[in-house]
Design a protein around this ligand. Structure first.
Ligand code: NZQ
Ligand code: ZN
Length: 379
């Protein structure tokens, strides 16, 4: 086991109708709210009205910023920050999935410190304070509701990068599985893949406490079991509830107790696919994970076999990878670049992007020679 610090200050409200407590909770943080949401699903399905009523009923002043896109952009964070500064907001309420909440995290740091959030993401500056962030989550996937991470794209610098800072923890997050029932089949699948990938990133991090391995396997098994059923019954509350809890548990710090960190190499590989081709995050991971495991099959066979035994009852590296690929296919997510209509030219572009940004994991380093093999496995 590695030495570790556990810290998570997020107040999580989970279950049916918890959003009824949003207005009261928000009123404890001030009077003016910057209300951030995405491209339209929240209005279509009524979540926008519910949240707005909660805030209005408490007499809070609401300033809106909308249009955050999946694979969110630093430009939107900067624009929202300027609106927040002009209006002197006290807090942010974010309604949406990972893209909206991640943007809100960087907007909050930007407003509190009056600084371009990209300077934080590239570690040129350090924030010293933040304003409170309250989230209403509409998509189970990223774990952003209970962690201190944010991921944004910058097309000017050609990067999709993550940023983690203790000041970025949300103050409170409201998770009603009912709000996720409208998530379409593709994003439901990508969310399940994402939470499995977070569990795997933790599993392949440095430090291997046995009890944490078992917790991690339990999360993955629950996600596979309920996920396959959910994709056939998208409106099943109990299945939505199970996946929502799995997603939070997979990336709220629990699975890296006793570890230096997760590895995050596969996420780095996936982010470059999203950056170049605007591919949904989860879809990049179901393509990159099998390739990463193939690359590591001779380097960490015991660890891969332990995973295969626990999840699928198989006893070899090859069978483990095959079973994982089959699972991703059953979960209706792509496992090759060709499945998302990317061809040879795209694969070559991806390879040069890996070289340009020197993508790597934290525990398992990746080199130029590896990129060649990885892209070969992804074809
Ligand atoms: O924009 P709208 O119209 O709201 O539609 C969204 C979007 O098109 C839609 N959606 C969300 N909730 C819905 C819904 N549609 C119907 N009903 C609902 N209830 O779903 C689409 C995808 O939304 P998005 O927020 O992009 O998805 P997700 O939650 O998967 O977030 C992905 C982003 O999070 C980052 C990813 O890289 C990606 O940019 N990640 C953040 C992490 C973190 N902060 O810890 C960790 C992850 O590894 C990940 O990197
Ligand atoms: Zn992820």
């Amino acid at each position: 086991m590695e030495k570790f610090i556990a810290y998570n200050p997020v107040k999580l409200h989970f279950g049916k109708d918890v959003v009824n407590g949003l207005g009261k909770a928000a009123s404890a943080y001030g009077k003016k709210v910057l209300f951030i949401y995405g491209k339209g699903s929240v209005k279509k399905y009524g979540y926008y009205d519910t949240v707005k009523k909660q805030l209005a009923d408490e007499g809070l002043e609401i300033i809106e910023f909308s249009g955050i896109k999946p694979n969110p952009l630093i430009e939107d964070a900067r624009d929202a920050m300027n609106i927040g500064l002009d209006n002197k907001v006290d807090m942010i309420v974010a309604l949406g999935g990972g893209s909206v909440i991640d943007t809100a995290k960087m907007v909050g740091l930007g407003i509190a410190n009056n600084t371009d959030p990209w300077l934080y993401m590239t570690h040129q500056e350090q924030p010293t304070k933040n304003i409170p962030l309250l989230n209403v989550l509409t998509l189970a996937a990223t774990g952003t509701e209970m962690n201190a991470a944010a991921v944004l794209q910058n097309h000017e610098s050609g990067q999709k990068i993550g940023y983690v800072h203790p000041l970025s923890f949300p103050a409170e997050s409201f998770l009603d599985p009912t709000f996720t029932i409208s998530v379409p089949q593709d994003y439901t699948a990508y969310g399940i893949i994402d939470l499995i990938a977070h569990s795997l990133e933790a599993y392949f991090g440095k430090g291997e406490p046995a009890v944490i391995d078992e917790i991690t396997f339990a999360i993955i098994k629950d996600a596979i079991n309920n996920g396959e059923k959910l994709l056939k019954h998208l409106d099943d509350y109990t299945l939505r509830e199970a996946i929502m809890l799995d997603a939070t548990l997979a990336l709220n710090g629990l699975t890296v107790y006793g570890k230096f960190s997760g590895d995050w190499g596969v996420h780095s590989l996936g982010h470059e696919i999203s950056l170049l081709f605007d591919t949904a995050h989860g879809a990049t991971l179901s393509i990159a994970y099998p390739a990463w495991l193939k690359l590591h099959s001779n380097k960490i066979p015991d660890r891969i076999i332990k995973l295969g035994k626990a999840l699928f009852g198989v006893h070899t590296v090859e069978d483990t990878i095959r079973e994982l690929e089959n699972t991703f296919v059953r979960l209706q997510s792509p496992i090759r670049l060709s499945n998302i209509n990317l061809g040879e030219k795209d694969a070559t572009e991806l390879l040069s992007q890996y070289n340009k940004n020197s993508v790597s994991g934290i525990h398992h380093q990746l080199s130029e020679k590896d990129y060649d093999k990885l892209v070969g496995f992804m074809r």
